[in-house]
Design a protein around this ligand. Structure first.
Ligand code: GLU
Length: 462
């Protein structure tokens, strides 16, 4: 019998939504959408010391920004403590879990002795009840942990959706602590209860969790719960081949949002980072949903490529409707204390081809709402004494014409002719004076986007 498809993303709110988690969320979401299934968002906040409300809000905001809508959740683990306690009670009663009164010091000694004997350091199961076995006397004043009674024999195997078949011998696996002395259940246990209760059919997650999976499978089995399928995605490496981490640059979705990347571009780029559909590099969210069936996931780590992300983003910026782009740029301008106006869509249309982020686009747009400050070098190079009379003549001509692109173009031509100049000789200094840089789109279009007064002031003050 096939189960309904239900996937989930389960971030821990100890920081912003990491790019790796965003990619996992995307795959989980796309897989659910592809199969007409459901996608669940779960906040794993049992690490009370490190979890913050701020991080929860950032994660939810990033998921929303990326457009990864969930059908259920956010579900908070800390609101499910009663349920975990119930399951622990059932397991203690069924004998699949037991109390262990070892002190940290005893555990240290145990490990040291094992190391001295050259053995693997595993809990020696001294508190594990066995028929006919006498347990140590319960020490006074020690709060016990609860341990899972892991099978001692046989293998744990699963056919990983990404890595293929994986088998671990139970002898390699400890009797895991499922409840800490303070009564808070541990990650590996909560995850199983949650995935069971939430009827998760497919678990995609980072491959740092491969080692947890055997425990989780054993706990599923002990609970008589149906197993989900697991797919462990390889890490994302930074440009330098090391694991992508904060120390090596931006790793949060928020950082890219603030740096002027579009959610469509982030999704497209993240999708390709570990998954392929033929040679396609650019595709829509809808295509991704159509194509993402869980196959063609890469087994080897993907490398973050900032230049490629910029290229993808530039593509989406170029494609984006000018009015929509203007709304984004307007937000960036407001952050700089600039209120945009009706010129903004036109400005976006003119500059979007040369920008790979909306921040870069906002930088260009800002010039139309403030003073451009040309560098001394640009002034010296382009605003020569030889060309000054032509610049002054242009200012006078521009004062008399209707203020539109065609009339401005005609005025420029006239001045070029009377002064015997070629276009660049006049266009460069005018660009430097008006825009603060010699590299701009066509001069007539640029000038038309300014008010006449602003242009005349800038040219006359040269
Ligand atoms: N909370 C875990 C993490 O942030 C996710 C665990 C899982 O997906 O099973 O890595």
């Amino acid at each position: 019998m096939t189960r309904p498809i239900r996937t989930r993303i389960a971030p821990s709110p100890t920081g912003f939504l990491h790019l790796g988690t965003a990619r996992t969320a995307l795959y989980s979401w796309a897989y659910a959408r592809h199969h007409g299934g459901e996608f669940v968002l779960r906040i794993e906040d049992t690490d009370v010391a490190r979890s913050t409300q701020d991080a929860v809000e950032q994660i939810l905001a990033s998921m929303k920004w990326l457009g990864l809508d969930c059908d259920e959740g956010p579900v908070y683990q800390m609101q499910r403590l009663d349920r975990y306690r119930d399951v622990v009670r059932q397991m203690l009663a069924a004998g699949t879990a037991y109390h262990c009164y070892c002190t940290p010091q005893e555990l240290d000694e145990m490990r040291e002795a094992q190391r001295a004997r050259g053995e693997k350091t595993l809990y020696d199961r001294r508190w594990r009840p066995e028929p006919g076995k006498a347990l140590p006397p319960v020490p006074a004043g020690v709060k016990p942990v609860v341990r899972f009674r892991n099978p001692v024999e046989g293998d744990v195997s699963w056919d990983d959706l990404v890595k293929g078949p994986i088998t671990i011998n139970n002898r390699e696996i400890d009797d895991l602590i499922i409840v800490r002395p303070d009564g808070v259940p541990t990650y590996n246990f909560c995850v199983v209860v949650d995935d069971w209760d939430m009827r998760i059919s497919h678990v995609f997650r980072g491959d740092e969790h491969v080692n947890n999976t055997p425990w989780q499978i054993n706990i599923f089995n002990a609970l008589g719960a149906p197993l989900p399928l697991f797919g462990h995605l390889p890490v994302i490496l930074g440009d330098d081949g090391q694991k992508l981490s904060k120390r090596r640059g931006a790793v949060s979705v928020t950082a890219y949002q603030e740096a002027g990347y579009l959610p469509e571009a982030m999704l497209n780029y993240l999708a390709r980072l570990g998954w392929s559909h033929g040679d396609d590099e650019l595709f829509t969210r809808q295509q991704m949903v159509e194509w993402f069936d869980g196959s063609h996931l890469s087994r080897s780590p993907a490398q973050w490529d900032a230049a490629k992300l910029a290229w993808v983003n530039a593509h989406y910026i170029k494609q984006m409707d000018d009015a929509a782009l203007a709304r984004l740029v307007s937000v960036q301008l407001q952050a700089r204390g600039i209120a945009g106006d009706e010129r903004l869509p036109g400005i976006c249309a003119l500059f979007k081809d040369r920008c790979d982020t909306t921040v870069a686009l906002a930088k260009w747009a800002a010039v139309f709402y403030g003073d451009a400050t040309p560098s001394d070098a640009d002034r010296a190079q382009h605003l020569t004494d030889a060309v000054r009379p032509a610049v002054a003549a242009l200012a006078e001509r521009l004062a008399q014409i209707p203020w539109d692109k065609a009339s401005i173009a005609a005025a420029i031509k006239e001045v070029l002719a009377t002064h015997g100049l070629k276009m660049p000789a006049l266009a460069m200094p005018v660009r430097v004076l008006v825009m603060g840089t010699p590299q701009t789109p066509s001069l007539d279009v640029v000038l038309a986007l300014f008010s006449r007064d602003v242009v005349l002031t800038k040219l006359r003050n040269a």
